[in-house]
Design a protein around this ligand. Structure first.
Ligand code: FEO
Length: 409
């Protein structure tokens, strides 16, 4: 394996995969790389590993750089197996290493690699770790692009290890962007659009956190290591993740029995307004039917909420739903939500009406297939009064709808 130096005693230890690589239901025709890094300090540390197909090769190559028993820490920024896939093989031989990750990653890694008896160090946003001559700072970046993700910053060398973020899917044999044979901007943007853009609210959160860091090198886990014009790549993420389509409207049409569904409706409105979506809240039981229809017609997205009583929806919502087919909703996004106590049939019946409406109906299966996000659900079902974790689900659902509107997705 080539000895590629990223900073003082920081080595690339990854794998170049120049096959047609199957990935997220696509084929990466330019291949990709899985960049792992060895920080050869007094407490040697590995940051991320490689795809599980190359775990044994990764570990064998690493032995050319270090005696594996010397490794003290293995930092896992992101649990997807294209980066954590070498962990099982590595942990088996790097027996003294503590695994460093976020709280959400621990259970996943234990289950994926049978590491239930292994020592883990759980880190939080802003925590630092002395690895004997260098200091690592950890920055949580939830939902970029999965919940458990974080990025690692080496303070002395000013190197950022952001795993998937700032990556390119290219099997590059020139490791650094200033050595690339052609402009990498198109590959960089394509990667961003494919993996990061559906989560762009969180990209903005991450950019804010990066503002305090002096970053000389970005060493991501796919493709080129960025050491020339570094700020320009951060600026591209900033620009691409800002709202681009303005003047979008939503309506939230609901029928609430005890106030729980109304609470969800209000929370959805609040979240979408924070995302610059104009949002109208319509209680069908207090609004003339024609006014309800006017609100629906004006909106680009309409969410319909109902409580469930005696296994059915309540109040005047059904009278509205029955007529949706006549309103020409072809270009609108619609979704169902509601609070329930037992089975929540009213929400499902609402969803059935939406499927007949001619509009684009939000549903969990399409969200997973289209974005890989498993934490946004439609219909959005909340049992009894919304609790803190329920409100987080509501928030994610509202942000998701706002993102669809703002990006014309
Ligand atoms: Fe490159 Fe999310 O894995």
């Amino acid at each position: 394996m080539d000895k590629v130096l990223i900073g003082e005693n920081i080595y690339w230890a990854g794998k170049i995969d120049d096959r047609d690589v199957p990935f997220h239901r696509l084929t990466l025709t330019k291949g990709t790389t899985y960049n792992s890094y060895l920080l050869k300090t007094l407490k040697p540390t590995i940051i991320d590993t490689v795809d599980m197909a190359f775990g044994k090769e990764f570990v064998d190559n690493l032995k050319n750089l270090i005696d594996l028993k010397e490794i003290q820490y293995i930092v896992i920024n992101h649990t997807e197996p294209d980066h954590s896939g070498g962990l099982g093989s590595l942990a088996a031989q790097a027996k003294n290493a503590v695994i460093v990750c976020t709280e959400h990653a621990v259970e996943e890694l234990k289950e994926m690699y049978k590491l239930h008896k292994r020592e883990f160090l759980v880190v939080k946003d802003g925590d630092t770790l002395d690895i004997g001559g260098k200091t690592l700072r950890f920055i949580e970046t939830p939902y970029l692009h999965t919940r458990e993700t974080m990025i690692t910053y080496c303070e002395e060398d000013k190197v950022l290890f952001p795993c998937d973020i700032f990556s390119t899917h290219v099997a590059n044999y020139e490791y650094f962007n200033d050595e690339a044979k052609e402009d990498i901007t198109e590959d960089f943007v394509t990667y961003y659009k494919l993996i990061m853009h559906p989560h762009r609210k969180y990209v903005q959160d991450m950019i804010l956190k990066l503002k305090d860091l002096d970053i000389k090198v970005i060493a991501p886990s796919h493709g080129y290591i960025l050491r020339k014009d570094v700020q320009s790549f951060i600026d591209m993420y900033d620009k691409m993740s800002k709202n681009t389509v303005l003047d979008k409207k939503a309506a939230i049409v609901y029928s609430s029995m005890t106030g729980n569904t109304k609470k969800i409706a209000s929370a959805l409105k609040g979240v979408m307004e924070e995302e610059s979506i104009t949002c109208e809240l319509v209680d069908v039981n207090k609004t003339e039917k024609q006014e309800v229809f006017n609100a629906i017609k004006k909106a680009d997205a309409v969410l319909f909420g109902t409580s469930t009583k005696y296994a059915d929806m309540i109040g005047g919502l059904e009278e509205v739903l029955k007529e949706l087919k006549t309103l020409n909703l072809d270009n609108k996004i619609v979704g169902a939500f509601g609070s329930y106590g037992w089975s929540g049939e009213g929400i499902e019946v609402t969803q059935d009406y939406l499927k007949e409406s001619g509009a684009r109906v939000l549903n969990t299966s399409d969200i997973i297939k289209g974005t890989g996000m498993t934490d946004v659900s439609f219909p959005l079902r909340i049992r009894f009064s919304p609790k803190e974790e329920d409100m987080e689900s509501v928030g994610r659902a509202g942000v998701y709808v706002a993102e669809l509107l703002l990006n014309d997705l």
